[in-house]
Design a protein around this ligand. Structure first.
Ligand SMILES: Cc1cc2nc3c(=O)[nH]c(=O)nc-3n(C[C@H](O)[C@H](O)[C@H](O)COP(=O)(O)O)c2cc1C
Length: 447
């Protein structure tokens, strides 16, 4: 069975795990150490002050790690997108089982005390407190019964009380609104320490075949085993390290934040529903998983974003070859699309593609289209294309005031003007733009 522990073994075999043996404080110190290794290693903290639980982070902090988890060759980043494309075609439905490792310890009633069992970390100096960041939040639509899971930060504010942050246009927010209209609260389970590909499924941005458990099974190549929760009518991954169960208030809110958000800036304080925890279940010798601001969160959202824009752009035309959401734009806001014009009738399609990309992912604010002789993963090469092939009067497209992400400080509540940069060569002028070519000398033969 693929779970967090089997993923850890995979990373150990690949020599990608940095074990920190020295005891660290959950307050500031753990995150400070992690930040030095962010994007470079999976980090395993053996000892956290005041706890017998180890902490793990960084399993999705670069494309190489994701390639390893998906079993694809890391030398071409497009292999991940093609693997996702294949996985989205089918569903591997979850399997319900009667029990599982997450039931090895069960705490309910008065004994429910989040911070007694979970070494929840306080990451940045300006964060409002201790946040759970690496769990999947499982809920059911109160009208249809359809099950979904996503990633939401959760600020622990009491023994069995936490605040859960919901951005605009989230399925969880929509379910909570439905519950409010029905005069009910929403049952919720948070599974922490799941196989990292479940976190990848959680951030899916396109239409699903059944639900995200079916997609996660397809990513894993085997069904996710689900077990019934103790105090709510929900099913949770049986191999989770920890599960928190409870209710989310639909009509009562408290102020949550600030929190260091994905752009590296702090969120504004805003009302959040209250998560009253009714049970905690966990494995023996559990491992707590934390996502600590930065690349892991960027990669998680960025890869699904790349898949969504690739799908939309390819629907315009198969002249689309590669797509990339740049790291400088947090793998979210600047898209580079590589195309290959092979016929005069392909001229102009680059602009249709821009519209499709902007429509497929609301957070994309800049789309740059280049030809297939430009390496989209080399931003210097992309800049070269803009320097030599782009004329602002003719090739700059402005898309006025559409929705982006409200967390980006320059937006007005999420509204922002977007641009398209057409840095492709006009098909009938290809000769003028031909790149100089040189003999490919093997330097070792000459030195
Ligand atoms: C590390 C991480 C943290 C996230 N935190 C939040 C959050 O606090 N609130 C939120 O609304 N979305 C958050 N997201 C984004 C959603 O989980 C993500 O966009 C997901 O696709 C939403 O699922 P849905 O389309 O089913 O609503 C986070 C994503 C990641 C990867």
């Amino acid at each position: 069975m693929k779970d967090l522990r089997s993923a850890l073994e995979l990373f150990k075999e690949a020599n990608e795990v940095q074990v920190i043996k020295k005891e660290v404080d959950w307050k500031y110190e753990l995150a400070g150490v992690y930040k030095k290794l962010d994007g470079k290693k999976v980090v395993y903290f053996e000892k956290v002050k005041g706890y017998d639980v180890s902490v793990l982070s960084g399993m999705l902090s670069n494309r190489r790690f994701l390639s390893l988890l998906l079993g694809v060759d890391p030398s071409d980043p497009m292999n991940i997108i093609h693997k996702l494309e294949e996985a989205y075609q089918r569903d591997v439905l979850p399997k319900k089982v009667s029990s599982g490792p997450c039931k090895e310890n069960i705490v309910t009633g008065d004994k429910t005390d989040i911070l007694k069992y979970l070494p929840v970390i306080h990451a940045a100096y300006g964060d409002a407190g201790r946040y759970i960041t690496g769990g999947i939040t499982i809920t059911k639509d109160p009208e249809t019964g359809w099950c979904n899971f996503s990633v939401h930060r959760i600020c622990v504010v009491g023994k069995n009380k936490a605040l859960l942050h919901i951005d605009k246009n989230r399925r969880l927010g929509m379910m909570l609104e439905k519950a409010a209209k029905m005069g009910k609260d929403l049952e919720i389970a948070v599974a922490i320490g799941v196989h990292p590909l479940l976190l990848l499924a959680a951030t899916s941005k396109v239409q699903l075949k059944s639900d995200k458990f079916g997609l996660a099974g397809s990513f894993l190549g085997e069904p996710v085993e689900l077990v019934k929760a103790e105090t709510v009518d929900l099913y949770v991954p049986a191999h989770s390290e920890f599960v928190l169960e409870g209710k989310l208030t639909s009509r009562k809110f408290e102020m949550e934040g600030p929190f260091q958000e994905y752009p590296g800036t702090y969120s504004v304080v805003s009302p959040a529903p209250i998560f009253y925890v009714s049970a905690i279940t966990f494995r023996n010798n559990p491992i707590y998983y934390a996502i600590i601001g930065g690349t892991e969160s960027h990669i998680l959202r960025g890869i699904q974003g790349e898949y969504a824009i690739y799908k939309a752009a390819r629907a315009v035309s198969p002249i689309v070859k590669k797509v990339y959401l740049t790291p400088g734009s947090l793998c979210r806001h600047h898209a580079i699309i590589q195309i290959k014009k092979e016929h005069p009738d392909h001229e102009g399609l680059q602009r249709n593609i821009m519209y499709a990309v902007l429509g497929a992912m609301r957070e994309v604010d800049v789309v740059i289209v280049v030809d297939d002789d430009v390496d989209i993963y080399d931003l210097e090469d992309v800049e070269w294309a803009i320097a030599t092939r782009f004329d602002a009067e003719k090739d700059l497209l402005i898309f006025g005031r559409a929705r982006s992400h409200e967390i980006i400080p320059i937006t007005e509540e999420g509204i922002r003007t977007k641009i398209g940069i057409d840095a492709t060569v006009p098909f009938d002028k290809r000769d003028k733009f031909k790149r100089a070519e040189f003999y490919d000398a093997k330097l070792e033969d000459y030195l």
